[in-house]
Write a protein that binds this ligand. Structure first.
Ligand code: SAM
Ligand code: DTB
Ligand code: SF4
Length: 370
């Protein structure tokens, strides 16, 4: 088996993440900007579209999730969609400007059989349209991940969601290992890893930093890291959770960016109630990917035209699909990745939270410091 990623980024320590998180807000955002510009196009945003290909009646009891059969959210369950209907959505997503199409199923795990075969056929069709394909279908084995890759899937999303310690408070039907093990299988099969979490489930800042530490300690680090803000859905046990303080949210994005310099950091669920200014701060802190389209899996998302207007107001633009999108695998050949290679040996500086360093590399031109 090949592995998708070859480059390793040294993991930070929890103390380093704590120190970064405690920096004055402008200093933290500045540090995150520095790292971001070294590894990414600072004006580029990856646009992904989600499709819930199998909705509801999930046997898992994730407290945040409207699709769990354990909660009464009034959600209409929909069995696995036909390939032709999913391909129609994918075509529309592409026409609307998305470069990645992410298919989610409310399954505990992937099971071999007609339904998985149908998903593989769908993956073939979506990949054939020139869209990057991401799947999130629950737990899976390496041979299943390999079949997805062979069908044209590029990325597998499987979130750790929160810290190891807080996890049992949120989910009782599986363990943290059930989340971590499939990530290794996905990597071994040569797929890119997308893994992140949710803020606003009653966890502490320490839990959030521990989640980032778990993600940053994966070797190689995830290629993309979705940071979701809890959408508190009526009928779920977390329906009354208060939103996370917006500056805390930005701080976590910034620490994620510094700890996982090459990853795409996705500003995921929860944008509907975020102001344009807060989203702009998230981009300044290193977020460089969003979900485009008025629906996530089952909950609403800002409309496509509002998002495109926001990017336009900020002078930002969609990143294209394909190898020019910088990823943690080090195979990208654009300027940002070229730059990243030159700066790998400098990575320890990114964790030097105590002082500033005079290294004014913007990523916008040729770096003359080496
Ligand atoms: N069943 C698969 C699994 O759990 O891996 C895939 C689908 S699941 C809905 C994908 C992710 O959506 C979860 O891991 C969680 O991070 C996120 N999610 C679900 N409900 C959410 C909510 N109410 N607010 C924010 N994120 C949510
Ligand atoms: C991720 O981290 N967030 C997306 C995607 N990966 C699959 C899902 C968000 C779901 C929000 C709740 C809903 O719409 O059902
Ligand atoms: Fe099922 Fe995934 Fe929702 Fe958990 S998050 S209840 S596994 S769909």
């Amino acid at each position: 088996m090949t592995t998708a990623s070859t480059s390793q980024v040294p993991a930070p320590t929890l103390d380093t993440l704590r120190t970064l998180h405690a920096l004055p807000f402008p200093e933290l955002v500045f540090r995150a900007q520095e790292v971001h510009r070294r590894h990414h196009d600072a004006a580029g945003v990856q646009l992904c579209t989600l499709e819930s290909i199998k909705t509801g009646k999930c046997p898992e009891n994730c407290s945040y999730c409207p699709q769990s059969a354990h909660h009464d959210t009034g959600l209409e369950a929909v069995p696995l969609m036909e390939t032709v209907a999913i391909l129609r959505s994918a075509r529309a997503a592409k026409a609307g400007g998305a470069s990645r199409f992410c298919m989610g199923a409310a399954w505990r795990e992937v099971r071999d059989g007609a339904q998985f075969d149908s998903v593989l056929e769908t993956v073939r069709g979506v990949a054939g349209m020139g869209l990057e394909v991401c799947c999130t279908l629950g737990m899976l084995r390496e041979d299943q991940a390999a079949r997805l890759k062979e069908a044209g899937c590029k990325v597998y999303n499987h979130n750790l969601d929160t810290s190891r310690e807080y996890y049992p408070t949120i989910i009782g039907t599986r363990t943290y290992y059930d989340r971590i093990d499939p990530l290794a299988a996905v990597r071994r099969a040569g797929l890119q890893v997308c893994s992140g979490g949710i803020l606003g489930m009653g966890e502490t800042t320490e839990d959030r930093l521990k989640l980032l530490l778990e993600l940053a300690s994966l070797s190689p680090q995830p290629d993309s890291v979705p940071i979701n803000s809890l959408v508190p859905v009526p009928g779920t046990p977390l329906e009354n959770q208060a939103p996370v303080d917006p500056f805390e949210f930005v701080r976590i994005i910034a620490v994620a960016r510094i700890a996982m310099p090459r990853a795409m950091v996705r500003l995921s669920a929860g944008r509907l109630i975020m102001s344009a200014e807060l989203q702009a701060l998230c981009f300044m802190a290193g977020a460089n990917s969003i979900f485009l389209g008025d629906k996530l899996l089952t909950t609403p998302n800002p409309g496509r035209s509002d998002d495109l207007r926001l990017l336009d107001r900020l002078g930002m633009r969609p990143l294209p699909a394909g190898p020019s999108t910088p990823t943690a695998d080090g195979h990208a050949h654009d300027h940002a990745a070229h730059h990243a290679a030159h700066h790998d040996h400098d990575h320890h500086r990114e964790y030097s939270a105590a002082g500033t360093y005079a290294h004014a590399c913007t990523g916008a031109g040729h770096c003359d410091t080496h």
